[in-house]
Design a protein around this ligand. Structure first.
Ligand SMILES: [Zn+2]
Length: 257
């Protein structure tokens, strides 16, 4: 009777087992904690002393926990990175009652593809906010972007030209940047030379199937009138922009004409 008991009782309490044959977490008895003395001796000789100290269930929980921790860390890291590239005023959650929410919803449906976005409407309707919202998701999906607002493009392009870097500047924007944003196009001063450089960049991006986001207060005709280049050229580029973008009107009734 005693013999029978010995055999049917699981291998607990083996002195050599680091957790006494029990799961170190839930303390359940491990099915095969360590083995008989002979196989322990063999494992020691072969340097295979890796006793199991966690039951299957606890091991799975631990592994899952580790994975969650890792993905939490990855999410935090990407949030930190976003914090560095996104201006503070656009980090806050969007208050939909304050913007044209219908146009917002229509815009944020955008998935990465060669068609850009042309968001038209007066300021204060949430065009720029909407753009940053889309950029956040794209950025977290590994897409790169460059954002120029108002005067910025003219300034940066002029600076690149002064440094003899205009070819690199242009090539980067036409070939490498996944999303180019021109915020508030038509506001801000540009020389005719920089205007034509900008149009050239927009045009090349279309040929390279890279999307460009444009926000503007002006409809096509009044936008064309904001530039100094020939009306034919401005008309041609704004038409191409319209054709290669999803055009979304913000604040419909109040758009400047
Ligand atoms: Zn356990």
């Amino acid at each position: 009777m005693d013999e029978f008991k010995k055999i049917s009782v699981p291998h607990t309490g083996s002195p050599d087992h680091p957790t006494g044959g029990k799961c170190k977490i839930c303390k359940c008895v491990l099915p095969e904690p360590w083995g008989d003395p002979e196989s322990i001796a063999l494992k020691k000789r072969l340097g295979l002393m890796i006793p199991i100290t966690t039951c299957d269930k606890c091991y799975r929980d631990l592994a899952e926990n580790e994975m969650n921790k890792a993905s939490e860390q990855a999410m935090k890291a990407s949030a930190d990175q976003w914090g560095r590239v996104c201006p503070d005023e656009y980090k806050k959650e969007i208050t939909l009652s304050m913007i044209d929410s219908k146009s917002y919803h229509e815009s944020v449906k955008w998935q990465y593809n060669s068609r850009g976005l042309l968001l038209i409407g007066p300021s204060g309707e949430g065009k720029t906010r909407t753009v940053w919202k889309i950029l956040k998701r794209q950025y977290q999906n590994g897409k790169s972007f460059e954002f120029y607002s108002g005067n910025d493009f003219g300034k940066v392009a002029a600076h690149a030209a002064r440094e003899g870097q205009e070819r690199e500047f242009t090539r980067n924007l036409t070939h490498y940047v996944d999303i180019l944003v021109l915020d508030d196009l038509g506001n801000g001063k540009m020389t005719p030379l920089i205007e034509s450089e900008l149009f050239d960049i927009i045009d090349k991006r279309m040929s390279n199937h890279r999307p460009t986001f444009v926000t503007t207060q002006y409809n096509s005709e009044s936008l064309a009138a904001r530039f100094r280049l020939s009306p034919e050229m401005t008309e041609a580029i704004t038409r191409r922009l319209r054709e290669s973008s999803n055009v979304i009107i913000f604040g419909k009734r109040t758009t400047k004409r």
